[in-house]
Design a protein around this ligand. Sequence first.
Ligand code: C2G
Length: 129
Amino acid sequence: MKRVITYGTFDLLHYGHVNLLRRAKEYGDYLIVAISTDEFNWNQKHKKCYFTYEQRKNLVEAIRYVDLVIPEENWEQKLSDVKEFKIDTFVIGDDWKGKFDFLKDYCDVVYLPRTPEISTTQIKNELKK
Ligand code: C2G
């Protein structure tokens, strides 16, 4: 079984997120999604989420490509996650290109093109108009 992991906030879930998760699943048979907790988002990523961690987890777990959701509580957990879950491939959008190359000694690292025309920030800005 080939195991894949990806990380993100996934707030105001949209088709860009789903495009990423669908392509990530193509790298294996089992996809783990580490969703940023409310505390991690607020304290480390300086992101204020519309949906709570539990609500975002509920939504992402409903996506057919996703096999397991775990909490992302800090920047440093990726290496221990890769080891603990015996990950074969780490996947994330290319806005992070190069940032996680340190994982290459432990698993494949894939940066996928983002879906260009959609973002949570854009949705929020559009709704303010
Ligand atoms: N994404 C995408 N296309 C978009 C928007 C997002 O492909 N239009 C991808 C991002 O590249 C990321 C995933 O969807 O791989 C989740 O996006 P975010 O929720 O914005 O995650 P981010 O804030 O980048 O958190 O430790 C890593 C971080 O937790 C990643």
